[in-house]
Design a protein. Structure first.
Length: 335
């Protein structure tokens, strides 16, 4: 080697260029393997989720446990709460598009473009829709001692009060707020909105009789429904829950097309290679079909929903259109 490098200047330059080319080719081959589905994942995968203890966070943690076993790699949850999920969303958008940083989010992802005039990201172009995880209905709840025994009772009372009944939500433009507005638009009533910071806070005021009703995520209200402290006037899914057939749907009460759910899904940076996205979708669907994981969710009124990438993409698009109409009719706007 020393002999060759001591040759003429052109020859030395040729050898240096050749070695550089071989080095780069080897590096490219290694990098290509790192970014191929056949070797994915070969290191820790991070799922960015909203605040700890949220429904989305809990779902992501259950998924992570099963992906650990499937992938034989660590799958960790990183909580990034705040700004309607924008902090976590931006963290994923700005990550390396290699499939090792994913986003767990919810119906909020489809709601935010309708509610906020300006977002620090493009909900359509910045992230790839990867996989659906779960859906759970909202349940229209009131205090167990309230005079409202059915949805019809609530509608009648609302009309008599000229819209002076109160309903709570987990904040202006939240999924629980828009679920209530959707109900109002379908059944033809309008009442006074009282926004809170979280669903548990609203439930406490429903229990205390300070708020007339609330569209609560079913799993959040379940403990109080089981104890008899809250009364359910209807669930928002089109079909009954198999574990809870005693709860009548709003669709069964004269509104056959009524259907709105809280849902959770997975996203990735838009430039992640398609073969890796396809593998993530396949492996997530496989993990979520595990009998133990399905039973865990079923007992909480949460349904596992299997979709391929295209189906999930169409679902998110439809949800964005739905919430855009709800927000426009309700006159909701945030800066």
């Amino acid at each position: 080697m020393k002999h060759f490098l001591q040759g003429s200047q052109p020859f030395r330059s040729f050898l240096i260029a050749l070695f550089a080319l071989l080095f780069c080719s080897n590096l490219f081959a290694q990098n290509k393997d790192t970014h191929s589905a056949s070797s994915y994942p070969n290191r820790t995968v991070k799922i960015v989720a909203p605040g700890a203890g949220s429904g989305t966070d809990i779902t992501a943690r259950i998924l992570a446990k099963y992906l650990n076993n499937t992938w034989k790699q660590s799958v960790i949850i990183e909580n990034r709460p705040g700004a309607g999920g924008s902090i976590g969303i931006n963290a994923v958008i700005n990550s390396t598009p290699d499939g090792y940083t994913l986003l767990a989010n919810s119906a909020t992802y489809a709601i935010n473009p309708a509610v906020y005039k300006k977002l620090p990201y493009d909900a359509v172009k910045s992230l790839a829709n990867v996989s659906m995880l779960t859906t759970t209905p909202y349940v229209l709840i009131t205090n167990a001692n309230s005079p409202y025994k059915s949805l019809a009772d609530l509608i009648q009372a609302s009309k008599k009060s000229n819209g002076n009944l109160s309903f709570g939500s987990a904040g202006i433009g939240s999924s629980t707020h828009l679920a209530a507005e959707y109900l109002h638009q379908v059944v033809g009533m309008k009442n006074t909105h009282i926004p809170y910071k979280s669903s548990p806070e609203v439930i406490q005021d429903v229990l205390a009789g300070r708020v007339d009703y609330f569209m609560a995520p079913f799993d959040t209200a379940l403990t109080y429904l089981n104890s008899g402290k809250l009364r359910a006037l209807g669930i928002t899914s089109k079909e009954k829950l198999s574990y809870f057939p005693q709860y009548i749907t709003i669709a069964e009460q004269g509104y056959p097309n009524f259907d709105i759910d809280f849902w959770v899904g997975i996203w990735a940076p838009i430039d992640v290679p398609q073969d890796i996205l396809k593998k993530i979708n396949h492996d997530i669907n496989k993990a979520m079909q595990d009998p133990e994981i399905k039973a865990t969710f079923d007992k909480a009124g949460i349904l596992v929903r299997e979709m391929d990438q295209q189906q999930f993409h169409q679902f998110v698009t439809n949800e964005m259109n739905k919430y855009s109409k709800i927000v426009k009719l309700a006159g909701i706007a945030q800066n």
